[in-house]
Design a protein around this ligand. Structure first.
Ligand code: HEM
Length: 388
């Protein structure tokens, strides 16, 4: 890892120590982050996974134990399966499913004693229920799966986190076997069919239970955090909330929430650095830096989303931006395949919430939330709210 970055690139590309202690390249400028997300010389696989540096101490954020070719096959298959969601969306089926889950959760909040914890009653259970319903997971299992999903991201207990990932995969294997015997109209059945046709064609498809578990985990964890921060943003900016009632303008507001991503003003010098992790699968020169095979690059989409060369007044929360090419859903090959489902979830939830509880407000000052976020490394677990 050698670099003598020139002044123009010093902010874009620098060597940092990731939370796992390893050295990594941190990339912060929009143009460079975007171009590297689309760069085939980088991937999620590492030539020797056990030697790979890690950005976080979580089994969900590390090198995939596959070759770059297997990574591509796995990826192609996932995109194909996730297309089903796009077709459900076109048929309005998805909207009905999400609306039902949203209404149940808003009702649960409205029935709760005040102050009520929005995080616990809505932000955490809603996304995992939505993705569970889309996959076709039985309702009775949602709570148990929720506890496992939480554990997969426990950075303090890597062993327990890996065990939770394995338990989720085993659970999915049972479900897939069941769908192979009696198909239904759900994503697990699509995965079970893809598995059967892959086997018939003799292709080395990745284990479907791993894909199913990945979809469940990815569809639960990130949206929870966005729902929490998005609510605080909307409570801090009541003038923006009117956009929710306009079906044409609401999508712009939702994308702005995903761009801003946090009601806390970002600190680029924040340590440890965060972003999307990638490994170099070949050596190459990047500006003045020599990137070597296996180097870890942290592509900081959050900092990139505040790049003033691409977003006018980037620190303003403005749902009426004429264009918002943010990288909050990633970019390139791994761009979030659940982005449209997530947008739908956010839009339907906030609209229903403010219609049902128009006087909703925080029960504590935003500074109290900030303290918790700083203490728990960016995570918020209590968002106490009250209403009249
Ligand atoms: C606001 C909510 C969400 C945000 C901000 C978000 C963000 C992202 C980002 C940035 C990536 C790219 C990761 C990378 O390049 O390494 C990603 C990937 C992914 N997301 Fe999401 N996501 C959200 C919701 C969802 C939902 C609801 C689902 C599932 C139904 C989902 C499923 C996935 C999957 C399966 C991947 C892996 C894609 C791949 O590797 O090709 N996400 N997401």
């Amino acid at each position: 890892m050698t670099a003598t970055p020139d002044a123009a690139h010093a902010e874009c590309l620098r060597v940092v120590r990731a939370s796992g202690g390893a050295l990594a390249w941190h990339v912060g400028c929009y143009d460079l982050v975007r171009s590297l997300l689309g760069d085939e010389r980088l991937g999620l696989a590492h030539p020797v996974p056990r030697l790979a540096s890690r950005m976080l101490n979580s089994p969900m954020v590390g090198p995939l134990d596959v070759t770059p070719e297997q990574e591509r096959a796995q990826h192609d298959l996932m995109r194909q399966v996730m297309q089903t969601i796009a077709s459900w969306r076109a048929s309005q089926r998805l909207r009905h499913l999400v609306q039902r889950v949203v209404d149940e959760h808003v009702q649960r909040l409205a029935d709760a004693p005040q102050p009520a914890n929005f995080h616990q009653l809505v932000a955490e259970p809603l996304p995992r229920t939505v993705v569970g319903v889309v996959l076709g997971v039985p309702d009775d299992d949602h709570e148990h799966l929720g506890a496992l999903i939480e554990r997969t991201h426990d950075g303090a207990d890597r062993h327990g986190a890996s065990a939770a990932v394995s338990q989720l995969q085993d659970y999915m294997l049972q479900q897939l076997r069941e769908r192979a015997r009696s198909p239904r109209e759900d994503l697990l059945t699509v995965l079970a069919r893809a598995d059967r046709s892959g086997q018939a064609a003799g292709t080395a498809a990745p284990p479907m239970q791993n894909l199913a578990a990945l979809i469940l985990i990815a569809g639960s964890i990130t949206p929870t955090s966005v729902l929490d921060h998005g609510l605080v943003l909307l409570l801090n900016h009541p003038e923006q909330r009117a956009l929710l009632d306009d079906e044409e303008l609401a999508p712009g507001l939702i994308d702005e929430i995903v761009r801003v991503r946090s009601f806390v003003r970002p600190r680029p010098e924040a340590n440890p650095p965060n972003g999307l992790s990638r490994y170099a699968n070949t050596s190459f020169q990047l500006a003045d830096a020599q990137i070597n095979v296996g180097d870890l690059l942290i592509l900081d989409t959050h900092t990139a989303n505040y790049d003033e060369n691409h977003f006018a007044d980037p620190y303003d929360f403005d749902g009426r931006r004429p264009a918002n090419p943010h990288l909050g859903f990633g970019y390139g090959r791994h761009r979030c395949p659940g982005a449209n489902l997530a947008r739908l979830e956010l839009e339907l939830l906030y609209r229903a919430l403010f219609r049902r509880l128009p006087t909703l407000r925080l029960a504590v000052s935003p500074d109290r939330l900030l303290d918790e976020i700083r203490r728990d490394g960016g995570v918020v677990r209590t968002v106490p709210v009250v209403w009249d």
